[in-house]
Design a protein around this ligand. Structure first.
Ligand code: ADP
Ligand code: MG
Length: 156
């Protein structure tokens, strides 16, 4: 597990950019945290790190999933907020993205329940103050434990 805090939205973007440097095709990131926690802000950082124009990236709440072409890797950004059961999420076809050679980031990932893949990076964001946010990064699967070990060396 890795814990870190940010004190501004800009710091959250920087942390997303740092994470993006170590992401590989096929990686899945499951985000949780209340409305306004900073999930979408963090995804903007990941997108920037993948070389995607920052103005493009917005919450996909209405379209549920958006695809972006990065410099080397595609980003699939999905938000399950509006879906309240696993059947709807399955209908969205989220599983199809697991096999695609991109990075899949899922907001409100817990709503996907058993549909989540065997391995993924689990990041929960807590609102600790007006601008203070706490990130808890957990590995589900050995692949992501290796990623966390790398992040621990690289981030501060
Ligand atoms: P979510 O997708 O979790 O609902 P958003 O990223 O859309 O959250 O919104 C987060 C809001 O909180 C934004 O208005 C952002 O400017 C603000 N904010 C304040 N401090 C932070 C921080 N440290 N990290 C991320 N967002 C922050
Ligand atoms: Mg959001």
């Amino acid at each position: 597990m890795l814990n870190l805090t940010t004190n501004t939205p800009e710091q959250t973007i920087v942390w997303g950019k740092q994470l993006a440097r170590f992401l590989k095709p096929g990686d899945v990131i499951a985000l949780s945290g209340n409305l306004g926690a900073g999930k979408t802000t963090f995804v903007k950082g990941i997108a920037q790190g993948l070389g995607i124009n920052k103005k493009q990236v917005n919450s996909p709440s209405y379209v549920l999933i958006r695809e972006y072409k990065g410099k080397n890797i595609e980003l699939f950004h999905c938000d399950l907020y509006r879906l309240d059961n696993v059947e709807q999420i399955s209908f969205l076809g989220i599983e199809d993205y697991f096999d695609r050679e991109g990075v899949l980031v899922i907001e409100w990932a817990k709503r996907a329940g058993d549909l989540l893949p065997d391995q993924y990076l689990d990041i929960s964001i807590a609102l600790l103050g007006e601008k203070k946010r706490g990130f808890k990064v957990k590995a589900c699967g050995a692949k992501y434990q290796a990623l966390i070990n790398t992040l621990k060396i690289v981030i501060k």
